[in-house]
Design a binder for this molecule. Structure first.
Ligand code: TYM
Length: 340
């Protein structure tokens, strides 16, 4: 019989640079929507993940606070949810070490994010970058999280999390870790670059024009949308007609995700029109949704001590859930704890 686990949602975002519209639509916006449901919600700024590639210490502090501000500006309530930064809860690093002994090296080399980030010179990548997915599994499983909302690009890491849980349960003959469900839902699970419809929108893309940052002002957003790559054809009446038009499809999906409609509903209004009409409308929706979030982030960032207080409080609540699970994991593995 399989153990039943309390419904619990966990997700994280790296503070490795400014956040983008992709992070907002694929993750942040949805985080707030899960609050107040049957599951407890735990959200984390994953600073230990960020340092797998070099981060300037001062910049990391600012980016961590900015990410925390983005969570709250997007609607995450730090009382209703647990909101903290990863490094303040030692259970993550501890569990990651235990999982480093469960996960196989071959699994890590197969991760597309590792291949992308390590590039051609993978011998020179940090060992942490390779082990990254074991830390991510630790984040999730140290809370016995049952569901993890993420964008499409994290799917492979969540499959690996299940592999680690299954191998641990099997090797130690227990039914301790849950099989976590990925929640990859909605029309914006993979927001693409504004310059290249085959690449995902990313904070690490060298071209700032490829993305909308959550800190961009209204003029910048409008300008980036105006310059977004498209084609010359008019818009069709339904999403089926956009199958071979990745840039057009991306813009319609962004519109739909922002306005809370389906792509087909959006296209029903714009059928037969070109991007000359569509882009200004998209810019208007984007600005109306993002401006209040940007303004709220600015307001929150003006009080860094308050952000730190919130993160510290969240870390204590997180620790209370994580600690017994790590201790039990060590016990299952045969470690003695006799210290008082
Ligand atoms: P990160 O920081 O790259 O991205 C944070 C979240 O944003 C989503 N996302 C996108 N969604 C749609 N379109 C895009 N263009 C786009 N870009 C990013 C990501 O899918 C993610 O949900 N490894 C994770 C962080 C992490 C984590 C965790 C997530 C660490 N531990 C435990 C869940 C659970 C990462 O690098 O996400």
């Amino acid at each position: 019989m399989s153990a039943t686990h309390t419904p619990r949602i966990f997700s994280g975002i790296q503070p490795s640079g400014g956040l983008t519209l992709g992070n907002y639509l694929g993750a942040l916006k949805r985080f707030a929507e899960y609050q107040g449901g049957a599951a407890e919600t735990i959200y984390c700024v994953v600073d230990l993940h960020a340092i797998t590639v070099w981060q300037d210490p001062e910049a990391l502090r600012a980016q961590t606070r900015e990410a925390a501000a983005a969570f709250m500006a997007a609607g995450v309530d730090p009382v209703q949810s647990v909101l903290f930064n990863q490094s303040q809860v030692p259970a993550h690093a501890e569990m990651a070490w235990l999982f480093n002994t469960v996960a196989r090296v071959g699994w890590m080399y197969r991760m597309t994010q590792f291949k992308d980030k390590a590039g051609k010179n993978s011998e020179n990548a940090s060992l942490g970058l390779l082990a990254y997915p074991a830390l991510m599994a630790a984040d999730i499983l140290t809370y016995h999280a049952t569901a993890v909302p993420v964008g499409e690009d994290q799917k492979q890491h969540l499959e690996l999390t299940r592999d680690i849980a299954a191998k641990f349960n099997h090797d130690y003959g227990v039914d301790f870790f849950p099989m976590t469900n990925p929640l990859i839902e909605g029309v914006a699970t993979r927001v693409m670059s504004l310059r290249d419809g085959s690449k995902k929108m990313s904070k690490s893309d060298p071209s700032d024009a490829s993305r909308i940052n959550l800190t961009d002002d209204a003029d910048t957003i409008a300008q980036k949308i105006r310059k977004a790559r498209t084609d010359a054809d008019p818009l069709p009446g339904s999403m089926e007609g956009l199958q071979d038009r990745p840039e057009a499809r991306n813009l319609v999906n962004i519109y739909a995700a922002l306005s809370g409609e389906t792509g087909d509903q959006v296209l029903a209004r714009f059928e037969g029109q070109g991007f000359g009409a569509f882009k200004p409308a998209l810019a208007e929706v984007a600005v109306s949704v993002l401006s209040p979030i940007t303004a709220k982030m600015t307001e929150l960032k003006s009080d860094p001590a308050e952000i730190d207080r919130i993160l510290g409080d969240g870390a204590e609540r997180a620790e209370a859930i994580a600690r017994p699970i790590v201790e039990r994991t060590k016990e299952i593995m045969g470690m003695i704890r006799s210290r008082r």
